[in-house]
Design a protein around this ligand. Structure first.
Ligand code: AR6
Length: 197
């Protein structure tokens, strides 16, 4: 990888990667969808995942919706991957940004934690995340990057089946914000180190 800060080692065991790209092309065991509570698709990464996964994903989402009703913000639920090259899509609902005083950071943290929990429950060894909430939901990307990376780095040891956590960042500005947040986190956390490969 050309940029050394794209790959980090967490606590000597797990790997954190930051990549520019399209999450629908990933081959990790699971990918995370930045969904809405209705679970029946939408725009942004949700629309892209449903388009690439095909109608079986929508049918599964409908079943989940019938069984458990709308998915509250901060929670996560897994389905199969349809036509995607992944075993599971883990749907989570990020917070809608309302200025920062509406529990947004805690809800966003919960999205990443519950997604990892689902991945671990399903024995996934690798997972790809998009930048949850920083598109249509309006969460400022610098603040979201800090929450996302801090949570994943802190929580990964609690979900040991997951050895690789990858962020698939769709544009350069988002990629840069995550790279900066990772560098800052690595300066303060002894168990997060740049992986020299
Ligand atoms: N791969 C990776 N990231 C992507 C892709 C892709 N193929 N497409 C977009 N992104 P958003 P949210 C990025 O709006 O803010 C939907 O309508 C995008 O550039 O997808 O959580 C849902 O149904 C941005 O950086 O999700 C909900 O109603 C990031 O993914 C609502 O939007 C998240 O942007 C959720 O809004």
């Amino acid at each position: 990888m050309s940029d050394e800060s794209s790959r980090y080692r967490i606590g000597g065991n797990a790997i954190l990667e930051l990549l520019l790209g399209d999450i629908t092309q990933q081959e990790t065991d699971a990918i995370v969808n930045a969904a809405n509570s209705g679970l029946l698709g939408g725009g942004g990464v949700d629309g892209a995942i449903h388009r690439a996964a095909g109608p079986t994903l929508l049918a599964e989402c409908r079943k989940v919706r019938e069984l458990r009703g709308p998915l509250p913000p901060g929670e996560a639920v897994a389905t199969g991957g349809g036509a995607l090259k992944v075993k599971y899509v883990i749907h989570t609902v990020g917070p809608i940004w309302q200025g920062g005083q509406a529990n947004e950071a805690n809800i966003l943290e919960s999205c990443y934690r519950t997604s990892l929990q689902e991945a671990h429950r399903l024995s996934c060894s690798s997972i790809s995340f998009p930048s949850v909430s920083t598109g249509v939901y309006g969460y400022p990307v610098e603040a979201a990057a800090e929450v996302a990376l801090r949570t994943v780095v802190h929580e990964l040891p609690n979900f040991p089946s997951v050895r690789l956590a990858r962020f698939l960042l769709f544009d350069q500005r988002t990629r840069d914000a995550y790279a900066r947040a990772a560098r800052e986190l690595a300066e303060t956390l002894a168990d997060l180190e740049v992986d020299q490969q």
